[in-house]
Design a protein around this ligand. Structure first.
Ligand code: HEM
Length: 311
């Protein structure tokens, strides 16, 4: 279905879905590690559950990210299954920026999974791992263009903000089902951070877009700009839900209003769905479109494996 919507071949559709899945798992892992460091209102049981999610997310992210290597090799070999395991091509992909990004990501994920130990030192290691996982997004793709340092820092901050935001979904959802008042206290603490972090991640995204694509009005005439517009259309209701949670549901939870916990759980499930849709859109944006010019994916993929090329 995705292949038909985006008018891409099957391997490209698999690549987009795998990229989105790897990203979602990275956000769950890094976000859980960040949650453990930033939210003090988690009780022991909730903190242990978040630690377990960090480890499970790290394992899933590692598998999905590693699988991207044979899928890219297969694409380069015209979509054949045998191409996915052709040693010379797999070696070229591993040597490309995708391989570098994977190495940093796997190191970060290993550190993140230490968060499951739930000790202060392990939590710090998890936080460091989260930074590495987020920085791995800066080591391949469009953000290797110039100004490389600026783009790299912006995308890392953008993904860290998202990780913080989405990392709170699971503990809030869980607590809202068992202890609405405790969920209210956690939601209030999370909201106090989120009012600064969510605008900052949106601002980082906006500066990234302008730096990569130049004049936003002109860029909207390209496939890259149109996919970004879809992303923003999905982002708007997500922001609305987040504001509703903060300004309506959090006070309701704190005063023990009936069904406030159930409403928060439903709202978080919708937020998670919107995030998944945005991740698939972003994966398409970074796979089939280019900010400079609407070039064909085949051209971009060929340049991706050249040692000096950005992708
Ligand atoms: C105002 C809102 C936002 C803007 C303007 C924005 C813009 C951007 C831009 C321009 C990039 C760089 C893409 C490239 O390398 O070509 C990016 C990366 C990214 N964005 Fe956003 N974004 C926004 C919100 C979000 C949200 C809400 C999510 C997730 C739910 C998200 C997920 C991501 C991810 C995961 C990346 C890294 C993609 C990769 O390198 O694989 N963004 N964003």
């Amino acid at each position: 279905m995705l292949a038909a919507v985006l008018d891409v071949d099957g391997v490209t559709a698999v690549e987009i879905l795998l990229k989105a899945a790897a990203c979602a798992a990275c956000l769950a892992a890094a976000g859980s590690a960040i949650t453990l460091l930033t939210l003090s209102r988690l009780d022991d049981e909730a903190a242990r559950a978040v630690g377990r999610l960090a480890a499970a997310g790290a394992a899933a992210a590692a598998v999905a990210s590693v699988l991207r290597i044979p899928v890219r090799a297969s694409f380069l070999m015209g979509g054949s299954l045998s191409g996915a395991f052709e040693p010379a091509i797999v070696g070229m992909v591993v040597e490309s920026p995708l391989g570098t990004s994977l190495g940093v990501r796997l190191a970060g994920l290993a550190l993140v999974s230490l968060a499951a130990l739930n000790r202060p030192g392990a939590r710090l290691a998890g936080g460091l791992g989260a930074v590495l996982v987020c920085a791995s997004f800066a080591l391949r793709g469009h953000t290797l263009d110039e100004p490389r340092l600026v783009l790299g820092v912006l995308v890392t901050l953008h993904v860290m903000g998202l990780a913080f935001w989405t990392g709170a979904f699971a503990p809030l959802h869980r607590l809202a089902g068992s202890d609405a008042k405790a969920a209210g206290a956690l939601a209030a603490e999370f909201g106090a951070w989120a009012v600064r972090i969510v605008p900052a991640l949106a601002a980082a995204g906006a500066v990234l877009f302008v730096t990569l694509a130049g004049n936003p009005a002109a860029a909207l005439g390209t496939p890259y700009g149109r996919l970004l517009a879809v992303k923003l259309l999905l982002f708007a209701p997500l922001l609305g839900l987040a504001a509703f949670n903060r300004y309506r549901l959090t006070p309701a939870l704190r005063t023990g209003a009936p069904r406030a916990g159930a409403h928060l759980r439903r709202s978080i499930r919708f937020e998670a769905l919107a995030v998944l849709a945005i991740l698939v859109t972003t994966a398409a944006l970074t796979t089939v479109a280019s900010p400079e010019r609407p070039e064909s994916r085949a051209d971009r993929q060929r340049s991706a494996i050249a040692p000096e090329s950005p992708a």
